[in-house]
Design a protein. Structure first.
Length: 94
């Protein structure tokens, strides 16, 4: 049922769709790690860039093809997992 529901969500406007797939993340995780892997994201959720204390961000196994310039706000980020996405090339900062 989960895969069918996520397939239907693709027709909902992007912001609402991402809120469903990522969840309503409002606070910095205590361990400074955020895992949004395997959520079928097509766009980087920009609201994740408010967590400037984030150390690990897992975005593996999505449908991402680009990263936003706001990613530079994550100045303490040490690990950015982007494997199994749709990138043709990555920004130099990565």
């Amino acid at each position: 049922m989960g895969n069918a529901l996520r397939g239907v969500v693709a027709f909902i406007p992007t912001e609402r769709c991402q809120q469903f797939l990522v969840g309503d993340i409002k606070e910095m995780p205590l361990d400074c790690t955020l895992d949004v892997s395997s959520r079928q994201l097509r766009h980087f959720p920009n609201r994740l860039c408010i967590f400037n204390e984030l150390v690990k961000l897992y975005l593996s196994d999505n449908n991402l093809s680009s990263l936003p310039p706001e990613l530079h706000r994550l100045c303490k980020l040490q690990l950015l997992a982007l494997d199994f996405n749709c990138f043709e090339d990555l920004p130099l900062a990565v």
